[in-house]
Design a protein around this ligand. Structure first.
Ligand SMILES: [Zn+2]
Length: 299
């Protein structure tokens, strides 16, 4: 057996990778998605422009979730008056992602502003324990990356910049974030270091972001700056839906409507939009919901 060391496992597939500048209070994060991205695209038929946009959103969600310091998830959701009315992606603290574009059938454009005309982006941090936080930013910047830059400029104290690319087969991203002053206390020097690493990142072309493995990309950009590169963390597509959650959602319809559906169809099948999983409920599965609610409906 001849095992090649030329293609280490860490350079392939869906992964996120953190790096730290040794002489500056700046951290970086890269993400590359392929299988997870393609699995999500395979669930629905999306036009080309929407496929690419969904990829950028997925990559962004992974990059932003690297800020999560607790169990929970980060959600990016856009509502727009453009060709794509709704887009939503999630990434949790274990880097499980899922995403959906709704109403995308009419989307013929490849243009960000036409797809998401008058769009509002909600960035939600949803911890399992603790309070949900949501920030909203208008999508006026012509791209998701620039909109997120704008969001960070106006909401975070730590400077943050993001670069994204997606082509329908792969999705990638790069994030740089200034850390609290530790190594460098002088403000002017901190600013200079930040401008330097951002200027280099700005030279990255979308195609490079998509094709160059994280390790090589970081090396290519910052070969003159000592950088500590951490081991990659795997990213995967995994839907968080379940029979219990679906049943809870169904029960909010109320007994009369559930009864009507059961009379019409015999049973009720609910499909998860994110993964297409179907959950079928018979009358007997919903007995307590029907009884619990019937008391209320009689009053
Ligand atoms: Zn699901």
């Amino acid at each position: 057996m001849n095992e090649s060391s030329d293609t280490p496992q860490s350079d392939t597939g869906d992964q996120s990778r953190r790096f730290l500048f040794e002489h500056a209070d700046i951290r970086g994060e890269t993400v590359q998605l392929d299988e997870a991205y393609r699995e999500i695209l395979a669930i629905h038929q999306y036009p080309g422009g929407v496929r690419r946009l969904l990829g950028e959103f997925l990559a962004a969600a992974v990059l932003l979730s690297s800020n999560l310091k607790f169990e929970g998830k980060l959600i990016l959701q856009v509502r727009s008056e453009g060709q794509l009315p709704l887009l939503m992606v999630e990434c949790d603290d274990t880097l499980q992602v899922r995403g959906i574009a709704r109403g995308a059938e009419q989307a013929t454009s490849d243009n960000f502003d036409l797809l998401l005309h008058n769009g509002q982006l909600a960035v939600t941090i949803d911890p399992i324990r603790g309070q949900r936080y949501q920030g909203i930013v208008p999508l006026l910047q012509g791209s998701l990356a620039r909109s997120l830059d704008y969001y960070f400029e106006h909401s975070e104290q730590l400077k943050t910049r993001i670069w994204l690319a997606a082509d329908g087969g792969r999705a990638s991203g790069l994030l740089l974030q200034q850390l609290p002053a530790q190594l460098t206390q002088d403000d002017a020097q901190r600013r200079e270091q930040w401008d330097h690493v951002c200027a280099l990142a700005t030279t990255v072309k979308g195609a490079e972001l998509l094709t160059v493995p994280c390790e090589n990309l970081v090396h290519r950009l910052y070969h003159e700056d000592p950088v500590r590169l951490f081991e990659p963390t795997g990213v995967r597509f995994q839907c968080s839906c379940s029979r219990v959650r679906t049943r809870n959602a169904l029960s909010t319809l109320g007994a009369p409507e559930i009864l009507e559906l059961l009379d019409e169809q015999g049973s009720i099948t609910m499909e998860c939009e994110f993964c297409n999983q179907g959950y079928r409920f018979e009358r007997s599965d919903l007995a307590d919901v029907l009884e619990g609610d019937s008391g209320k409906t009689l009053h």
